[in-house]
Design a protein around this ligand. Sequence first.
Ligand code: SF4
Length: 286
Amino acid sequence: MLRVTDLSSYLYCARKLYLERVLGLREPYKPALAKGSVRHETYEAVVLGEEQIVSKISEGFTLADIQSLYRKACRDCLQKKIETYRLRLAKFGVDAESLFIKTLPLVIVEFDERALVVYGFMERHEVYGKELWKRLTPKIQTEIRVESTSLGIRGIVDQIEVYENGYVPVELKTGKTPKEGVWPGHEIQLAAYALLLQEKFQTTVKEGFVKYLDTHERRHLAFNPFTHDEVRELITTVTLLLDNWEVPDFVENRNKCISCGLKQECYNPLKIQALLTEKRPSTTIE
Ligand code: SF4
């Protein structure tokens, strides 16, 4: 079964996907990955603890009071995550304290917005504490595993906003933000999650969002039958590619190779041939 991220990886560089998934090569762990994991896991932890935050809200709370509850959770969760990654960060010469100082405002800005949503809901419905949590819409679910044997894909959705009338997938991305819209790989990833969620919840998923965390941009995507067809076609293409013993050509935009962690192996034809011979099942002729 394919992973949803295989689809976006294919769009980035088919050869790279092949080297990883068929020939078993692995990119070395990079500092950006460790920093990204700290961010992702902090968001997840704050969302998972949201019931406790909201349950503390009582009548008379101002927006600033609610923001301060979220901010404290952001600080605590980020601190814990950085501790978990401290050794790995140190290996790359990343100073944990500087990372904390740099990352905290980025995490806080996201949850200040969430505090605003909660505050607005509280004001409109005049509910507080546990009752506020019970009735709060949208609620956020995080790291949801989804898979479909009929589609042949599986994956983990970063977040789902749960409304009374439906589900909205949200992907959190660190790194460069496109000038407009979303990167093609992110679009196909979100569309694939929408398809998976449709099947899981037996409902139509009409839209989703990509949140570019470094620039605090939330980009909207609408889904329609054409998007779904595109995902299905891509699943077929990628499945065929990975079932084949032909290494795809180099990526068209060679600028991508500059920062690629597989560059050395990729440009070494002897190494590639040796791996193909090693991995390819031998056929015996009787
Ligand atoms: S070096 Fe370039 S062509 Fe090779 S896998 Fe990386 S991005 Fe693709």
